[in-house]
Design a protein around this ligand. Structure first.
Ligand code: ADP
Length: 311
């Protein structure tokens, strides 16, 4: 942990100095250091104009609470198909809560409630007739720590397929998912071995394979690389680049370099000012093409965050 914080502090110092020297030169805010600005959000040749993007989620005035604690307040934004959308911001500003609202994962948390709407392809996900299990089939999730089932590699993929009745050509489906997650070559000779015998990075790719095996539309990733080494992290990022032609990804990350590398568009969340009771909640500050967010954000709070002055 210490190493991680120390590294981050150095990164932030570099960003700050670089931002300040550019400011002195009258230039726009610095991008994240160590990155060629032309490679920001390299997942895309170019982000399509807003009116040419297809909306997958239309989030309207979403407020989410745990008991009386408001985790996110009044968030409105659209999420688009076949893009990687990053959600960044300081710890506790509601990033995880927000993406968990996109597949009703918070339903499982006692005391959770939400107002507003999460409209998915025209359907209000919180509507009474919506089946949360069906929602989670269409909108898969990969968590911070790889969480394979204590079963074989094969059964990790086959399990969800069997539960959902997708039993035809099971072997082919398993192979296809593992190939798509760039894991097949490493595991094809030991499909019956325990998934727990895989490395952390392989386990996380297995979880991605498991998520995509059931043919979802969207994959949500909550800090998917935070427990992985840089090589495994890079392979997860490569995978997102590769797979976004077929899926829409929403990724929560506290790692700004990762957001800059992987995301087409980035949403910055922060904590509001304290209200009359001293309570603060997560709010969406700015949402735009990643390149813009990291080089010339519109909101001072975004600039302070991406240049390391805050958070
Ligand atoms: P982030 O992902 O940005 O770190 P979270 O969404 O995890 O933020 O947390 C936002 C707020 O919601 C915090 O105040 C946190 O304590 C609270 N919170 C998150 N998960 C739960 C939970 N399961 N039960 C109660 N409060 C929670």
């Amino acid at each position: 942990m210490k190493v991680e914080y120390a590294t981050r502090a150095v990164e932030q110092d570099e960003v700050r100095e670089s931002a300040e020297s550019r400011k002195a030169d009258g230039q726009a805010a610095a991008p994240v250091p160590g990155l060629d600005p032309s490679r920001l959000g390299t997942a895309q040749p170019a982000v399509p104009e807003r009116d040419r993007r297809e909306v997958v989620f239309d989030i309207r005035e979403l407020t989410a609470r745990y008991g009386s604690n408001t985790a996110v307040r009044d968030v409105s934004m659209e999420i688009y198909t076949n893009l990687v959308t990053a959600v960044i911001g300081p710890s506790g500003c509601g990033k995880s809560t927000f993406i968990r609202c996109l597949n009703r994962m918070n339903d499982l948390v006692p005391g959770f409630s939400a107002d507003g709407q999460v409209v998915y392809h025209g359907i209000d996900l919180q509507g009474p007739s919506v089946d949360p299990v069906a929602v989670r089939r269409r909108i898969g999730m990969v968590f911070q720590r790889p969480n394979p089932f204590p079963k074989s590699i094969y059964d990790n993929i086959a399990f969800g397929l069997r539960v959902l009745g997708m039993k035809d050509s099971l072997d082919d489906r398993v192979e296809h998912a593992l190939k798509r997650a760039a894991l097949w070559d490493e595991v094809s000779h030991r499909l019956r071995s325990s998934a727990l015998s895989l490395s952390g990075g392989q386990q996380q790719r297995l979880c991605i394979a498991r998520a995509i095996a059931v043919e979802p539309d969207v994959v949500l990733l909550d800090e998917p690389a935070s427990s992985l080494d840089p090589i495994a992290t890079s392979s997860i990022e490569d995978l997102m680049h590769e797979l976004k032609r077929d899926y829409s990804f929403v990724i929560v990350t506290h790692n700004m370099q990762q957001a800059a590398r992987v995301a087409d568009v980035t949403a910055f969340f922060s904590l509001s000012q304290a209200d009359e009771n001293g309570d603060r909640s997560g709010v969406l500050v700015e949402y735009d093409a990643t390149q813009k967010m990291f080089t010339s954000p519109s909101d001072q709070r975004t600039e302070d965050y991406v240049t390391g002055r805050f958070g």
